[in-house]
Write a protein that binds this ligand. Structure first.
Ligand SMILES: *Cc1c(COP(=O)(O)O)cnc(C)c1O
Length: 435
């Protein structure tokens, strides 16, 4: 018998969504590698298609292995429902899809993963969605930017990559004053470090590609709904508050109550945008989440040691890690992420661009690539890779100046990580600053 105790995060990471398989007794979650599911009879099929009965039809809409992942991530975030997606970027589109119509806008933090700035600033325009970006260091900047077309605020709890922490409670209060939801990208912090719903967020998105799957093997994403934002009767959100003609006039907020947003994300979002997660990726991600707490603890511990080492290195100008007392986000981080500051941070080389290129070429243990959240330590020089199309001015604005290195600290023996950086940094303190 399970006790009444609410299970802890470590327990949920292993058990949520995956009881023993009722037909075979399989203890590990089976991979339901199937496109479709047989109907009992014509009436059963009709009830499924009318959303009158829960069940599986076709894996673009839902799949048992993917549902197990959704249930597990929802449990970890204390959410009511979740929708797994093909990638983190797909999750961001799915998250906005029930809320937005042409001409609508979101207010987003200007300190976000670079890919999100591109997606929102450039590609959303093709849907007629507008995004404006404000500095999240002063939460009042969000209030000042809100118009009657604003349908959501979007922030990252711990922003990729520079260790920026946002005052989630202050931004949530501003969103709720205006009657709009706050969406938080919790990819870098993970629910191990930060629980955005406890601080007033309404919707959470994840790139499960990173720390949740944790092995650098599978692209995926997830949208989690707290179930607390009330869409019923809100003209601002007609997709949820008004009848859906293709479902014979069913109104999502009336029929599904707190689950309206998640039901819409499956029955309309995944149905029409098609960005579903594959069963095999969901399975790999479930496996990864089993060790989330252990890995995050080690990522944070190792990153803190590497950051302290780098901070005193003569070749290094600055280190931006919210776990260091020198970080201006140190206090906010302690409040929102008391267990640690994550595994990713940036630092600046005195030797500028040339030193950056030399450093990434010399690293042997650290892999030079564009990802974060792997068990392996990763290093990237944004100015010569992901951000190389930008001018020097744009590079600086994006926090990716010529001297900036992004690092994602893995779970290896920390002395080995430091020793690899030590050999790679040798002599770089002699390089002159490239102004
Ligand atoms: C990687 C990342 C994304 C995009 O996720 P993909 O899985 O690569 O599509 C979004 N937000 C953050 C914070 C990320 O690090």
């Amino acid at each position: 018998m399970m006790s009444n105790r609410k299970p802890g995060l470590e327990t949920l990471s292993v058990h949520a969504g995956t009881p023993p398989d009722p037909t075979t007794g399989a203890r590990q979650m089976p991979i339901y590698q199937t496109s479709s599911f047989v109907f009992d009879d014509a009436d059963h099929a009709a009830s499924l298609f009318n959303l009158q009965l829960p069940g599986f039809i076709y894996s673009r809409l839902s799949n048992p292995t993917v549902s197990a992942l959704e249930e597990r991530i929802a449990a970890l975030e204390d959410g009511l429902g979740a929708t797994a997606t093909a990638s983190g970027h797909a999750a961001q589109i799915l998250a906005l899809f029930p809320l937005m119509h042409p001409g609508d806008e979101i207010i987003a933090a200007n300190k976000l993963y670079g890919g999100s700035i591109n997606q929102m600033g450039i590609s959303y325009k093709k849907f007629g969605w507008n995004a404006s970006f404000v500095d999240p260091d002063d939460p009042e900047n969000f209030r000042r930017a809100i118009t009657d077309k604003t349908k959501a605020i979007f922030i990252e709890s711990l922003a990729n990559p520079g260790g920026v922490v946002v005052d989630i409670e202050a931004v949530a209060a501003i969103a709720h004053d205006t009657g709009i939801p706050l969406i938080v990208d919790n990819t870098m912090a993970t629910p191990y470090l930060c629980k955005p719903f406890e601080h007033g967020a309404d919707i959470i998105v994840h790139s499960t590609t990173k720390f949740l799957s944790g092995n650098g093997s599978s692209i995926g994403g997830c949208v989690v709904d707290s179930g607390k934002f009330n869409f019923a009767g809100r003209d601002k959100y007609p997709s949820l508050s008004q009848p859906a003609p293709e479902y014979h006039g069913l109104t999502f907020s009336e029929t599904f109550g707190d689950l309206a947003y998640t039901m819409h994300s499956h029955a309309v979002g995944l149905r029409d945008l098609g960005a579903c997660q594959s069963p095999i990726n969901a399975w790999i991600t479930l496996l990864g989440i089993e060790t989330l707490a252990l890995r995050m603890e080690r990522h944070c511990e190792n990153a803190a040691k590497v950051a302290s080492y780098l901070e005193t290195h003569p070749a290094i100008d600055w280190v931006s890690y919210a776990g260091l007392e020198s970080s201006k986000y140190f206090d906010l981080r302690k409040r929102y992420m008391p267990r640690g500051a994550g595994g990713v941070f940036t630092f600046g080389l005195k030797g500028g661009y040339d030193a950056g290129v030399t450093l990434v070429d010399r690293c042997e243990l650290l892999s030079h690539l564009a990802n974060i959240g792997d068990t392996r330590s990763l290093i990237l020089h944004p100015a010569s890779t992901t951000h190389r199309q930008l001018t020097e001015e744009q590079l600086k604005a994006a926090g990716a100046g010529p001297e900036v290195i992004r690092i994602s600290i893995g779970i290896e023996t920390v002395e080995d990580i430091i020793s690899d950086l030590e050999q790679a940094l040798t002599g770089l303190e002699l390089a002159t600053v490239a102004e």
